[in-house]
Write a new protein. Structure first.
Length: 263
């Protein structure tokens, strides 16, 4: 199974076109199994294909801690048609990443560091200077999250117009970082949401149950949706967004299975 996932291992957000190019340039693996199942034991809920266990790219057992996560993975494997498309299997790819690369305290800390970098330049900080309707739309989607992190986490961030970088207070950065989870599955899912949306604050709001997945998705694309309304839909941008939505929904499924993290 290793060769199926190596090219996309730990790499969310491939575009539809990139997926097609990879498929055209490399031999694809035909579906070789009939039944997908789960074998639950002390190691967790392991995925089975025709009663045989599955291994990650690093040869670890593909087993997850929650039955709800395993159920989503079973659906991913069962949905494969004539050929297996790893890009259509975001939860399986996320599980591979956790089991192979986010298992030690050092690895978890590294991923948390990567998420924390977004607190210094989060999407929600940088606002349009015009027109008024876009300014209002950004404020309606983003301000409630900033008010929430200020009230609940004690993190007070600075906003700016345009794209000129603004340094954030050390206290705010530290407070936001302290709110990040420490278990590998939540960290991995949060990292995926952060990189897809460009906002660690939106990801935190999702994790804590402050926003729904639909709210987060809409907030992440306020500017893009505005441009599409004014200038028309860009097909390439729409394809990228569709590919990101697949991974986003996979991360959401993992977070939902794990449950909302209390403040």
């Amino acid at each position: 199974m290793r060769e199926l996932f190596d090219d996309v291992y730990g790499k969310p957000g491939f575009t539809v076109q990139e997926s097609r190019e990879k498929s055209a340039g490399a031999s694809r693996r035909k579906r070789f199994y009939t039944r997908v199942g789960i074998n639950a034991d002390a190691s967790g809920h392991a995925i089975t294909l025709d009663d045989k266990t599955v291994r990650t790219p690093s040869r670890n057992l593909l087993a997850v801690p929650m039955r709800a996560i395993a159920d989503v993975m079973v659906a991913e494997w069962d949905a494969q048609q004539e050929f297996i498309d790893p890009l259509s299997m975001p939860v399986t790819r996320l599980a591979n990443s956790v089991l192979d690369a986010i298992s030690t305290e050092e690895q978890i800390a590294s991923v948390r560091d990567d998420i924390a970098k977004y607190f210094g330049s989060d999407l929600l900080f940088y606002r349009a200077s015009h027109p008024d309707a876009l300014i209002a739309r950004e404020a309606a989607a983003w301000d409630p999250v900033l008010f929430w992190v200020a009230e609940e986490l004690g993190a007070h961030f600075i906003l700016a117009e345009g794209v000129m970088h603004v340094s954030q207070p050390d206290q705010a950065l530290a407070a936001a970082r302290a709110a990040l989870p420490s278990d590998p599955w939540r960290v991995a899912a949060l990292h995926m949401v952060t990189t897809i949306t460009g906002s660690a604050l939106l990801a935190l709001a999702l994790l804590r149950g402050r926003l729904t997945a639909d709210d987060v998705w809409a907030a992440a694309f306020v500017d893009e949706d505005w441009n599409a309304e004014k200038w028309g839909l860009d097909e390439e941008a729409a394809a990228r967004r569709a590919a990101r939505k697949v991974d986003f929904e996979g991360a959401v499924a993992v977070l939902r299975a794990l449950g909302t993290e209390a403040a």
